[in-house]
Design a protein around this ligand. Structure first.
Ligand code: GLY
Ligand code: MN
Ligand code: MN
Length: 435
């Protein structure tokens, strides 16, 4: 087992450099969760825990101090449990493979944390981890109860969230490399779905093509629940039932990305079940594509994050007016947010270990400026509700989104999900090959 401990060690060192003297960071990865009776979901580590440790097992805690020294608290080696549930690293493995300075087993958690927090000035943890918050309060109380014996309880508690989020927001070369592989596996999966779709299939039968390409390519899991939405289901933004029959004449919206080494890809394509866009489908599709291109122009270093969304909204609104779905002055329709009947989400989000990755979008109330190394999605869409009586019937039930993953580079946006058709003629040509 070869794990690049240097990368994680360097992250812990950078983390400690950005915290005040005598801080102690505590972070936990979480537990296996039950699906039903004694069946469990496959474990996936907490993203920030993984970012700082690389440790893959459940139930672990990391205590980080000094200049980045780490104590890993893990499940113990246990030959009987390992016979049933699989290998555990245990304390020896934590030191040998993960660069832990010290290691302990879970039964020692209270004594290890007592020792680490006694005399610490600042305890730094993720404030949204309510389970850990309670444990930290009880550890603090235990130390406070021993003051007369010379113990010294910490008095300052800091949220780890903004610190680790800013680190995760700017991707290192090693992260970009794995994200591009996840992106390209996902590109192949979407191409396969475009080739394999036939009217009459159920949506989940098409979904099987995605999962097959993910797994065969080395990505064990999707990064989030696959969305395979035919017809008006595409207007449900997080549709995951995926159990309806695909009809001839439907558009199909697939939003799916592979997870690789815990990093997410996030791609959406919308294409016709029978291989040919109808006229109204093509008209609205072209509006979304134009919005994609308008937004992409704004993904440059030094541009405010929100510029991409604003450009996409303007192009979408102009298109809605040109086709008669909205009536009135474009500026007024934007200011009054009239476009929201057809476009109710943002044009992207940060992408990384989490599909909706961490990192602030605004700083002091202002949209933050894009920097080299940030990765985000661009995902304009249009959704015309099937029961929208205010528009011509030919538009009703059409849902379209086009989504790619973009690395901000000094020389402009770099599309990690390159190579997947999105122009109408290119989608139709790819689909025609297999028909
Ligand atoms: N797949 C979720 C999203 O696109 O935000
Ligand atoms: Mn997305
Ligand atoms: Mn998506």
């Amino acid at each position: 087992m070869k794990i690049d401990t240097q990368i994680y060690q360097a992250r812990r060192e950078r983390l400690m450099q950005s915290l005040p003297e005598n801080s102690v960071v505590i972070i936990r990865t979480g537990e296996l969760s039950t699906r039903n009776n004694d069946c469990e979901y496959e474990f996936r580590p907490h993203s920030s825990f993984f970012y700082l440790t690389g440790f893959p097992e459940p139930s672990a805690y990391a205590i980080i101090q000094g200049r980045g020294e780490m104590t890993l608290v893990t499940l113990p080696k246990d030959p009987e449990r390992e016979q049933w549930d699989g290998f555990r690293f245990g304390s020896e493995g934590a030191i040998a493979h993960f660069g832990a300075t010290k290691a302990a087993v879970l039964a020692e958690l209270d004594s290890v944390t007592f020792a680490a927090l006694d005399g610490a000035a600042h305890v730094v943890y993720l404030f949204n981890d309510t389970i850990l918050r309670e444990k930290i309060a009880s550890w603090r109380d235990a130390i406070a109860a021993k003051v007369r014996m010379g113990a010294s309880a910490p008095t300052s508690f800091m949220d780890l969230t903004p610190v680790v989020s800013e680190m995760r927001l700017r991707k290192g070369a090693e992260e970009v490399a794995i994200m591009e592989v996840a992106a390209q596996i996902s590109v192949e999966a979407h191409k396969q779905a475009m080739r394999a779709v036939r009217p009459g299939m159920r949506e989940y039968q098409l979904e099987a093509e995605l999962n097959y390409v993910f797994m065969r390519s080395g990505a064990r899991q999707p990064a989030y629940n696959n969305i395979v939405a035919s017809g008006h289901n595409a207007c449900v933004l997080h549709y995951i039932k995926n159990d309806e029959v695909i009809d001839d004449g439907d558009l199909i919206l697939i939003d799916a990305g592979a997870e690789l080494g815990c990093y997410a890809a996030d791609i959406t394509r919308t294409f016709p079940a029978n291989g040919k866009f109808s006229e109204p489908q093509a008209a609205l599709y072209q509006v979304v594509l134009d919005a994609y291109h308008a937004g992409m122009k704004e993904l440059t270093v030094g541009t405010p994050y929100e510029a991409c969304h604003n450009a996409a909204v303007r192009t979408l609104t102009e298109g809605l007016v040109a086709h008669g779905l909205l009536v009135g002055d474009v500026n007024f329709l934007i200011e009054s947010k009239a476009y929201r009947d057809f476009y109710m989400h943002n044009t992207g989000h940060w992408l990384g270990l989490d599909v909706h990755d961490c990192g602030a979008y605004k700083i002091a109330g202002e949209s933050r400026l894009l920097e080299e190394g940030m990765v985000l999605t661009i995902e304009p869409g249009l959704y015309v509700s099937a029961d929208n009586q205010a528009v011509d019937a030919k538009w009703r039930g059409i849902g379209i989104r086009i989504e790619d993953d973009v690395l901000i580079r000094a020389d402009g946006p770099y599309v990690l999900t390159h190579g997947l058709p999105k122009e109408i003629k290119d989608i139709e040509a790819l689909m025609a090959e297999s028909r």
